[in-house]
Structure formats: C-alpha cells, structure tokens
Design a protein. Structure first.
Lengths: 327, 237
C-alpha cells in the first residue's frame, strides 16, 4: 500500500500527537498543530490513536493512491476532488485503487488533516512520527513532503465500513465541524503572563482591546501578530527559561509572538500572556492577515474548558468507533 | 531546599519552579538536583531544566482525581513535598571529555578571541582546556549544550553578523558561555575549534552525548587525531 506525492502543496508534513519527554535534551514536542482535528481524522478512518496523518497548510497536496485506501479529511474546509467527484470532509471516504486526490486551497482556516486507514507507516524517531521541521527531526529526515515522495500505508485489521470499486464512496454520516473549527473567529482567551504588569498602561489595555492580525511570517513554531506595538515600562534583562506552546512573548519589536506546536524548548523574551490551551489551535487556524483579539481568562477557567473539551472529544471518539463497528 | 523556590503556574499543564534569576553554577546545580529528584519520584512529570528554573509539564487528565483539587495544585504540592529538605545534590555528575581541534579552518574566530582577550592563541587554548564546565541546559537545537564555567578572560560578545551555517561539532564562545553546535546550524557565536564527536544521534540509545548537569572538559587534539576520530564509525560523526 503506498501513496505517491504528485504535488506537495504549500507545506505538508507527517504529524502525530508529538514527541514528549525529550525537552531536557533540547528536543521539542512538535506534533499536529490542531490536535483535535488530527485526532478526529484518525478516528474517522478507524485508527486507534497515535497514527501519523498529513497536516497541510493553506494549499493541500495532490496525491495518487496506488491501492484502494480509506481516508478522512478534517481541519480547515478544503476543496477535495477525485476525478470529477468531490470528496467531503469530516467523514470517512473509500477511494478506489489509482485514485488521484486533488486538494485545493482553503477559503477559511489554514491547516487541514488527511488520515489514512492504517496510518502512514514511517519509522518513529524518539518515539514519535511527527515532523519537527525546525530541528529537522522525524520522518523524511524532518522535512516537509516533496513531489515524488512515496509514503507507505500501514496494515489495518478487517474493515467492513466502506469499500470503493470504481468511484469514491463515503459514509452517509459525518461530523459537525462546528465545535472543532472556529468559523466565527471568536475572541481568544488569554491568561496574563509573568511580565504582563511590566508593560506600560497603554499596552496593558491594548492587549485586551486592540485587534491584531496574523503575520505572514507565522509558521509551526509561532503565530506572529501585527498591530499596535506593545512595550514594557523599561527593558528587562532575562535569562532563558523553558518555553512551551501557547506562551505569548514580547520581543523588542513590540509585536507579540504566540509559540505553537514547534515551540523551542527554551526562550528568553518577556512572557506577557499564555493562551488558553483550547484556543491555541484556533489561533493556529487563522491565516495571514486574519484578525485576532483576546479576552482575559484565568487558569482555573482555562483548565475547566480544557477538561470539558477532553471529555467531549472522548465521547465523540467512542461514538465514532461504535458507529464504524455497526456499519 | 524549598525555601527559595518561587512557583509560577504557567499553563493548564505546566508549572515553573524558579530558584533564582541569575546565571550561576551553584544555582544551576540546585536546578539539576531538583530535576533528578523529581524524575525519580514523579515519572509522569516531564522536567526541563534551564539556568535557574525547572519547567514541570504533566497530563492534567492523569493528575485529576474525583475530588475537586485541581491537577496543577496536586502536582505543585507533590513537587514541593519532594524538594522539602532534600539534600542539595544526591548523585555525582557524569564527566565527559571532549577532544577539540582548535584554530585554523576548524576555529575561524580563534584569532579574534585572542585579540579580544589580549591573550596569545596558545594561552586561549590553555585556558579553554583548563576549566571544568557544567551543562547548564540543552536548547536552541537538539543536543546543544549551554556550558557554564568559561574563564572570564575568554568571554566575548557574539558576532555582529551571524553565520548562516556553522559546521557540526563547532566549539564556540557566546558571551560568558561556551557551547558546541551538534548539527550544521545558523549561529552567531565565535568559533574557536571543532570536535569530531557526534553530539546528537537519534539512533543511539541515549541520543544526546551530553545531559543537563554533566561536567565537561575539553582537550586539544591535532589534525591527524581529528581525522582519525572522524573516520571512526560509531560514536563519532
């Protein structure tokens, strides 16, 4: 079973849930930037958990499936076609052998996921199949997909849910993306960081009032924001501390940076905020020039929302498994 | 040991233990001792040491129980209880000896460091190999050690124009620290030499040659020894 990459798209990489446990050696976690979307794509094809899926950015890849394959697309809505037929997202589709899947651009959002039944069979590196583009670690020597790459698909136990013969077929049901994809561009919940109070009055007000836009320099390492310049009352000399995704740093440029999945393991910029974990993927889904605003939250509220989302996701994963079993 | 520790809840799944606010070898040793102790007793908490602080990351689901106590507070209490009254250092640090070919194409900034310090090239090498360093933390890239213990006479600011690619194994000075580039990377530190040892290898059972808290010494080797080591398969590049 293999998949050939005809066109790689803008930036497509293999991702799983990440590579925890090695930060002390300078190795970050990486992993899917929109965790729930990645996890649901795997669930929709009947994968058990941590299989590698493709994460694509703004413009998806064109892939040729040599054998009949079961796929699912989640994340940002993307135009997907096999021959003349469109392939819906947030459900499970069976593609016949020799299908050429063409993914187009995204109208909203900027990261999509493609999971295959059995997962992409690549060797784990330090226990994970995620690609750390910055550290050049992981599958394909830590690089993004290129035209001509051939990806193997893992074996999977018996599968009854769908079988395609001549044209793609999909399940009669799909998931509502609404709870998992922020179509409304809602305000993002931000906790005050250790150095929040060191900003001048105007900057403290602006952080929760002004609109920012996502910079085109954003990537898997960080979402960079543009807009009103924020500044400290006086410069701080800080020593490096461990860093983590969701941290909003304020570099000397005055334009805040929110660390993402490929956050470096250490950093030395003032930390003015910490984005609620449930809103981190929402920020990652805003594309360059999209607007962003923040509303204050507390660690207790953020923890509560995270717990509730985990419970909702677990329930949904069980439902999906059950429905695939019944199919 | 807990008296001087400031605990900052950072995120839903992370706490920062801060032991101080300076780059200081004794403070850093305290951080590593705490990391060793916490790892031994709280295997599900990931400890990431930096100069004067220790990041604790955990899975909130794994740390929640039926009662209402938030996982963050539970981890905080477990960590502080373990550090309460703990001896400062429980185990002897490992020592790692690193061969370095100094100067020439392997260390293109050695002459600049010599000029900046007012010391002869020989004296720079003598002083760089005389010190015992400690690995304060790893970061910037997998396996990149920030080493404390540089002779203050050798301290030198970073280059005004960072190099786009520094060869793997380059031994460098950046401010009051010295470090080694594990891979070819962009970098602004002053390059004084190069080691043939491989610092980071994902295939190895222990991927990083150096770990936080290790002691490091450098010794000078000549071109022939460098070539011999670099051509040897296995532990070397």
């Amino acid at each position: 079973m293999s998949v050939r990459v005809l066109k790689p798209g803008l930036l497509t990489s293999l991702q799983d849930s990440g590579r925890p446990g090695h930060a002390a050696l300078g190795v970050g976690r990486a992993g899917a930037i929109d965790g729930p979307a990645w996890r649901l794509a795997n669930a929709l094809v009947g994968n058990a958990g941590d299989e590698a899926a493709l994460e694509f950015t703004l413009v998806g890849p064109v892939l040729r499936f040599e054998h009949a394959t079961v796929i699912a697309l989640t994340g940002a809505p993307v135009e997907a076609r096999v021959g003349g037929q469109s392939v819906p997202g947030w459900t499970c589709c069976a593609l016949p052998a020799r299908s050429e899947l063409q993914l187009g651009g995204m109208r909203q959002g900027c990261r999509g996921y493609l999971a295959v039944r059995g997962g992409f069979a690549v060797e784990p590196v330090l226990g994970s199949r995620s690609t750390d583009l910055h550290a050049r670690l992981g599958p394909l020597h830590g690089r993004a997909l290129q035209a001509g790459d051939r990806l193997s698909v893992g074996e999977h136990a018996k599968w009854r849910a769908l079988r395609a013969t001549h044209a793609p077929v999909h399940l009669p049901w799909g998931l509502d993306p609404q709870p998992w994809f922020d179509f409304a561009h809602a305000p993002l919940a931000l906790m005050r960081g250790h150095h929040f109070d060191q900003m001048d009055d105007e900057s403290r007000r602006a952080l929760f009032k002004a609109w920012f836009t996502v910079s085109k320099d954003s990537n898997r390492t960080a979402s960079r924001l543009e807009g009103q310049r924020l500044q400290l009352q006086q410069p701080l000399e800080l020593i490096s501390e461990a860093a983590l995704p969701g941290t909003m740093q304020l570099p000397p440029s005055g334009q805040p940076i929110v660390l993402q999945a490929e956050a470096p393991v250490t950093g030395g910029y003032p930390r003015i905020g910490q984005l609620a974990a449930v809103d981190l993927a929402r920020l990652a889904q805003r594309k360059p020039s999209d607007a962003v605003c923040f509303q204050p939250t507390t660690l207790e509220q953020a923890s509560e929302r995270l717990l509730r989302r985990q419970q909702r996701l677990q329930r949904l994963l069980r439902d999906i498994a059950q429905r695939l079993e019944d199919a | 040991m807990t008296s001087g520790i400031d605990v900052e809840p950072l995120a839903e799944d992370a706490l920062l233990l801060r032991f101080g606010a300076t780059i200081d070898a004794a403070l850093n040793a305290q951080v590593h001792a705490a990391a060793v102790r916490l790892r031994a007793h709280l295997p599900t908490v990931e400890c990431t040491p930096a100069y004067a602080s220790l990041l604790l990351r955990f899975d909130p689901a794994e740390w929640s129980r039926d009662d209402d106590e938030p996982p963050l507070r539970r981890v905080r209490e477990a960590a502080l209880a373990l550090l309460e009254g703990a001896a400062s250092v429980d185990e002897q640090p490992r020592s790692v000896d690193i061969p370095v070919l100094y100067g020439g194409p392997a260390g293109p900034d050695l002459a600049a460091v010599s000029a900046h310090s007012g010391l002869s090239i020989e004296e720079v090498i003598t002083r760089h190999t005389a010190a015992t360093y400690s690995v304060a933390m790893l970061g910037f890239a997998p396996g990149f050690p920030y080493l404390l213990g540089l002779d203050p006479a050798l301290a030198m600011p970073r280059r005004a124009d960072p190099r786009l690619s520094v060869p793997a194994g380059s031994v460098a000075i950046g401010g009051v620290q010295t470090g080694i580039y594990p891979e070819a990377l962009p970098g602004g530190w002053q390059l004084i030499g190069r080691t043939p040892l491989r610092l980071f290898d994902v295939q190895a059972p222990s991927p990083s040659l150096l770990r936080p808290g290790d002691r490091v010494r450098f010794h000078a080797i000549d071109e022939a020894a460098f070539q011999r080591l670099i051509d040897t398969p296995g532990a070397v590049r």
